[in-house]
Design a protein around this ligand. Sequence first.
Ligand code: HEM
Length: 412
Amino acid sequence: MTDRAVHIPFAEMDPTMRSLLTYENNGAMDVACPWAGLVDIVRDTPVVRWDMGVGFFSMADVVAVGNHPAVVSANPVTHETMGMGSREPLIPLHLDGDAHRHYRKLIDPLLAPRQVALYEEGFRRLADELIDGFIADGEVDLQTRYAIPLPATMFMQIFGAPMEDLQFFIEMKDNILKAEGLTLEEREIEGRLSGDRLRVRLREILAERRAAGTHQDDLITKFMTWELDGHRFSDDDIVNVMHLFVIAGLDTVTSSIGCLVGWLATHPVHRQQLFDDPALIPHAVEELMRYQSPVNVGGPRWATEDFEVNGVSVKQGDMLLLGWWTANLDPAVFTDPLTVDFTREANRHAAYAAGRHRCLGSHLARLELRVAIEQFHRRVTDYSLAPGADPQYKWEGVRAPATLPIVFSARQ
Ligand code: HEM
C-alpha cells in the first residue's frame, strides 16, 4: 500500500505549516489572517512526514489518530512530555490507557454540564461587574478589561486557590505557553523553569489547605479527597492535576473570547445578526470556535509501535501532531469551510480536540463563551474595532489578540 504521507523536510515547508508543527510563529505565519494557508494544507498536504514525525491535518485523520490505542502522550522511550512546563506527566493529559481512564472517570463529573450550570449566575454577575468598570467610557481594551479577568477570576473561584495568586499564575502560564522568539528546545527549558516555580506554590497551597483542615466546595478540595480503590492520591499526583488545570483553565477561554469578539468587532453583518436574535449566540460560539480554533494543534503524541492508520504508515517512536484547526476547515466535512455561518447544521468541530484527550473543560468553556458574549451584547447597542487599532494576534500554540481596543455605544 502506498503511504499517503507527503515527505517535506522542515526547511522546505511553507511558513504556515512550519508554524503549526512547531507551535511558534517567529514572524512566519500571517497570524491575523492565516485561513487561505490552512485550507491549502488540509486540501493539498493533509498528512506530512517531516524530520521529527508525522503531522495530521484532516478531520478523519485527527479523529483516527486521537483514538488509536498505540498513540500516547509521553515519549515512550524518554518518558518526556512537551509544552506544559512540567518535568513530570501532567494528569490526565500525559497519561494513557487505564490510568488515563481512571482519572477521567474522577475528573469528568467535576465539570459535567449539570455541575457547570451552577456557575452560570455567578459568571454573569462577574461579567456585569467588569462591564460596569468601563461602560461609561465608550471605548475599552476588551482583552485586558474583560477577556483576561472574566474567566480567570471564575477559574480561581472554582479551582479554590487564593485570589492573590492569580497574577503569579497568569505570569507562569504565559511564560510556559508563550515564550516568543525561542526555538522549541529553548521554550521547553524556559517553560520548565516557570513550571518549577508554579509547582512550588501549588505545593504550598496544598500544605496550607491541609493545615487549615477546611473543606470547601472547590476543585482543590475534591482533588485532595479523591479515592481510588480505597487510596487517597499523593501530593505529587494532586500537583500534577493542579498544574494542568492552571495552564488549561487560565489561557484557553481568554484566548477564545479575544478571538470571538475580535472577529465580531470587524464583521458588522454577523454582529447585527446576534443583536437581532440573541438566541443565535450559542450557535455563533460553535461556528466561531470551528473557524478560529484558538488551540490550533494538539500537544505532541508518540507511536508506541508500527501501525497503519487511514493509509498512513506510522513508525514506532514517531512524534505525531494533530491539527485541530485545519481539521475544522476540512472541506470533506464542512461545506464552504471558510464561510462563517451561524446557522450551520451538524457542526461537529474539533476545537476542543477529538479522541481520548478531548477537552474535559469544554462544558465550562462553552458556558463562559456564551455568557461573555450574551452579557456584553446586553449592555451595548453596537461596537467595532477602534479606528486604527491593530490587535496584534499572537500565535504560540494558542492564538489570541494581544490587545482588543474597541469603541462601543452603551445601551441606555
Ligand atoms: C475555549 C476554551 C478551551 C479550549 C479551546 C480547550 C481546548 C482543549 C484541547 C484542544 C485539548 C486537547 C489538548 C491536546 O490535544 O493536546 C484540551 C484538553 C484539556 N482541557 Fe481544554 N480547552 C478549553 C478550556 C478548558 C478549561 C476551562 C479547562 C479546565 C478548567 C480545560 C481542561 C482541559 C484538560 C484537563 C484537558 C486534558 C484532557 C485529557 O488529557 O484527557 N480546558 N482542551
